[in-house]
Design a protein around this ligand. Structure first.
Ligand code: TIU
Length: 221
């Protein structure tokens, strides 16, 4: 067993042998100019700041032998998995599926849907394409976690209050103990990140725990 004594709202006890790291949507479409995030009017530079921290967390997980699972929010080229309500949401300057500077926005196989090169998955690591904000919806994530015997999940990625929080809530309802790496996640809106972090660990950890990457890495050594 391992323990992160400084986790909030209280110490996080976990068995590294049944823990996985999930890195949510660290894709060019969210982090680089010209992608989906920018098309929604967001300043993407905020998200770039966490890249070294996410890289350090991934390395700590790999060194400890944890499975590292990467997700990508993207849709099939024929848009058959894209509900019109999602495509038209917010009247973005470029809609999902439209051609942009990094290929078609949020479409599987296009350069924009790729995970950023700094955080490239290793060949043996699981990479899941997901059409929703949550990573359990319409993906084989639950099957992978069952096969791997995973009971605890560590979360990183973007954005905190959208895909990261949605996936944590899905995982929490499925019985996983969920820990968010607070400095390895980011939002386009600082106030939303702060609120999401607080609400996750409020009420005695109603959704899960939070801790910093250095604390997690120490516990994994
Ligand atoms: N817009 C926004 O904050 N996020 C997303 O659309 N997707 C993810 O969070 N990955």
């Amino acid at each position: 067993m391992a323990c992160i004594p400084g986790a909030l709202p209280f110490a996080f006890d976990f068995d590294p042998a049944s823990t996985a790291l999930i890195v949510i949507d660290m894709q060019r479409d969210f982090v680089e100019p010209g992608g989906f995030g920018a098309s929604l009017g967001n300043d993407v530079t905020r998200l770039q700041a966490i890249i070294p921290t996410v890289a350090a967390l991934i390395q700590a997980a790999r060194n400890a032998g944890l499975p590292v699972i990467h997700t990508r929010e993207c849709h099939k080229p024929d848009l058959s998995d894209l509900p019109p309500a999602k495509r038209d949401r917010g009247s973005p300057s470029l809609r999902i599926g439209d051609p942009g500077p990094m290929g078609r926005i949020l479409i599987a196989g296009e350069p924009g849907a790729d995970i950023i090169p700094e955080l490239a998955p290793l060949p043996a690591e699981i990479v899941l394409d997901k059409p929703g904000k949550g990573a359990f919806y319409a993906t084989p994530l639950a099957d992978h976690l069952a096969r791997l015997g995973v009971r605890s999940l560590i979360f990183a990625g973007v954005t905190t209050e959208v895909c990261v929080q949605t996936t944590m809530r899905e995982a929490n309802d499925r019985g996983f103990a969920c820990l968010l790496a607070e400095d390895a996640t980011e939002s386009y809106f600082p106030a939303f990140k702060a609120a999401a972090v607080k609400m996750i660990r409020a009420q005695g950890g109603i959704v899960g725990w939070t801790a910093f990457t250095a604390e997690i890495a120490t516990a994994l050594k």
